[in-house]
Write a protein that binds this ligand. Structure first.
Ligand code: 4NP
Length: 154
């Protein structure tokens, strides 16, 4: 698994944060992989990440400042080895547009995190700063699971 796409609803909060954590933590671990993120919705296409996403990331040493939101595209399923939803609604939306031959590439990001169900990264968009802190915590757990998985594959 060397090309990983993280997917949420708006692509301005959860999946850009996870993408930034993945870039940083994989680089620190010396494991090579390609990352991107996308939203199932088109509400924020072309927008920067939410200012709270940028601030929480920066407070933990992650950089989301160059991010621009984009929508999940059917071509993503051929390119990426894994297309990982942040929650179960994201995964249903992913699977609704995924060509049948790529179904095994879809899954939940938190399946790699070693956390108890439900395997959902809670949507922080309508909440406060603590929601973004929780996303970072879960992002680190999932990303470290992915690093272990990718290092084993190498
Ligand atoms: P995200 O959060 O899916 O983590 O990027 C959201 C961003 C925007 C909206 C919902 C969730 N929205 O409804 O605009």
């Amino acid at each position: 698994m060397t090309r990983i796409l993280f997917v949420c609803l708006g692509n301005i909060c959860r999946s850009p944060l996870v993408e930034a954590v993945a870039r940083e933590e994989f680089a620190r671990a010396g494991v090579a992989a390609e990352f991107a993120s996308a939203g199932t919705g088109d509400y924020h296409v072309g927008h920067a990440a939410d200012p709270r996403t940028i601030a929480s990331a920066a407070a933990h040493g992650y950089d989301v400042s160059a991010h621009r939101a984009r929508q999940l595209d059917v071509a993503d399923f051929a390119h990426f080895d894994a297309v990982l939803g942040m929650d179960q609604a994201n995964l249903r939306n992913i699977q609704a547009v995924c060509p049948a031959q790529y179904a095994s590439r879809t899954g939940l990001f938190l399946a790699y995190a070693g956390v108890a169900a439900p395997l959902d990264v809670p949507d922080p968009y309508f909440g406060g700063a603590d929601g973004f802190e929780r996303v970072i915590e879960l992002a680190r757990a999932g990303v470290h699971g992915l690093i272990a998985r990718c290092a084993n594959d190498a």
